[in-house]
Design a protein around this ligand. Structure first.
Ligand SMILES: Cc1cc2nc3c(=O)[nH]c(=O)nc-3n(C[C@H](O)[C@H](O)[C@H](O)COP(=O)(O)OP(=O)(O)OC[C@H]3O[C@@H](n4cnc5c(N)ncnc54)[C@H](O)[C@@H]3O)c2cc1C
Length: 422
């Protein structure tokens, strides 16, 4: 496929292709050979790397860019998450950033001309104690102040809307919920593909099976990278590798305040529609939604030990199942089809990093913990702004690398400086 000749998806195109036996569809993106030099290199072809490349091209008119991906596009966390999109953060720094990101989500499918199955089906954060209700009331007020939607529901309202929960559980009685109607889900890999296709259409080279093995630095300035497909020169390089952030940054001699931990998720066999929203049970560490294919998609907490294995272990699987049974006993009727894990780039305060590094021309986008899917458009937008202009984009301006040294942390969960507790 030549650049600029990509087909547009439309109902008419589907009818046309149907008439010719679907023989006219073209690949979503090219597979170019890497050039010896680019203006900008993005290391990592996950959601954040692809979105960064797209916004660099769309917002800043730059196209001499390559995304270097060691595996295949979307094979990392962007294709492994439980697809929840929301803007219900409470801390200054996070609040305005996720608010901006959700606004970008709302126009994304039209903008990318790609069906990402964005579904604003609403999110219920359940509460089970007076203290938790107070915390959610405060959070809801912050969300409203930020311009987002929030509604504090009492026990009866939740009982009416979510009749399948065990509302009278002796240990976790459901007292109410914070409802965020604009939150929901999106099909994760379609988001990666949509950004990839649109970046490619704007001239970005997407280079798969190209692992970065070294970062070249001369007199404190980045000059390019070493890869399994040869050396590539560039004066601007962005590290956007999520769970591998510490390892790739170490290639430039940087030690990041990040630990990598495993987060698992589970999906059941396909069922008839029964859960038409997202429900989170923070007190028991469990959350659930139903995919459009019918599978119940759910998860819980980290496996708690640091690891680079993209799979988890049975104790956390058992814990998540127990929490699910406590919240909605009906789930015991469903058979689990499969489970998987992803490598989470956990920061000490649970908030991300979008910043320059001490090496000139080398930039870092990392620390998304287990909440970076909803951030994909906002992060790509803000990181592209930083790479193109050298200045911080206002909604992401507090995500600085040196905040841990300064003590200016954004600790959303108020769990203190412990990576695996956020
Ligand atoms: C089970 C699970 C559930 C989750 N649920 C949610 C959720 O509901 N909502 C939400 O907002 N977030 C969720 N997340 C978190 C979210 O998925 C991540 O924060 C986000 O996807 C990370 O950014 P990314 O997409 O760029 O990462 P990735 O897709 O992991 O991209 C990084 C890429 O870098 C590549 N790479 C690594 N090293 C190199 C190298 N040396 N050279 C070249 N390329 C390299 C990797 O192969 C990978 O493709 C969840 C994560 C998991 C695992």
């Amino acid at each position: 496929m030549e650049m600029g000749t990509a087909m547009r998806f439309s109902a008419l195109e589907i009818i046309k292709q149907g008439l010719i036996g679907n023989t006219g569809w073209r690949p979503h993106w090219r597979s170019p050979q890497p050039k010896s030099e680019y203006d900008i290199l993005i290391i990592g072809g996950g959601g954040h790397g692809l979105a960064t490349a797209y916004y660099l091209a769309r917002e800043h008119g730059l196209s001499n860019i390559a995304v270097l991906e060691k595996g295949y596009l979307g094979g990392g966390n962007v294709g492994r998450n439980t697809t929840i999109v929301r803007a219900n953060y409470g801390m200054p720094g996070n609040s305005e950033f996720y608010s901006h990101s959700l606004k970008l989500w709302e126009g994304l499918e039209q903008e990318l001309n790609y069906n990402a199955m964005m579904s604003q089906r609403g999110i219920y954060n359940l509460f089970h104690s007076d203290g938790q209700r107070d915390a959610y009331a405060r959070r809801g007020n912050t969300m409203i102040t930020q311009g987002d939607d929030a509604e504090l529901l009492d026990r009866d309202a939740v009982r009416k809307r979510l009749p399948y929960l065990d509302h009278d559980n002796a240990r976790f009685p459901v007292l109410g919920a914070l409802y965020h109607g604009r939150g929901g889900t999106a099909r994760h890999d379609a988001v990666a593909w949509g950004f990839a296709r649109s970046a490619d259409q704007r001239g970005v080279d997407l280079i798969q099976t190209c692992e970065v093995t070294g970062i070249d630095i001369d007199k404190g300035r980045v000059t390019g990278v070493q890869t399994t497909r040869g050396a590539i020169r560039a004066k601007t390089v962005g590290i956007v590798v999520a769970g591998r952030s510490s390892q790739v940054a170490a290639m430039a001699g940087l030690r990041l305040p990040i630990e990598s931990h495993i987060l698992q998720a589970f999906v059941t066999e396909g069922l008839k529609p029964c859960i038409d929203t997202v429900v989170t049970f923070g007190m028991g560490h469990f959350y659930i939604s139903q995919s459009d294919k019918g599978g119940l998609v759910f998860g819980g907490d980290l496996d708690f030990y640091a690891s680079y294995a993209a799979r988890g272990n049975l104790p956390m699987a058992e814990h998540v199942m127990e929490a699910g049974m406590a919240l909605m006993p009906m789930i015991g009727q469903a058979r689990v089809l499969r489970s998987w894990g992803g490598i989470m780039d956990m920061t000490p305060d649970g908030s991300p990093i979008i910043d320059k590094t001490p090496i000139e021309g080398l930039y870092l986008n990392a620390g998304w913990c287990y909440g970076g899917f909803k951030a994909v458009p906002g992060s790509g937008y803000s990181f592209a702004h930083l790479l193109a202009t050298g200045t911080h984009h206002a909604p992401a301006a507090r995500f600085r690398l040196d905040r841990f040294a300064r003590g200016d942390v954004i600790d959303e969960e108020a769990t203190g400086s412990q990576h695996n507790l956020h």
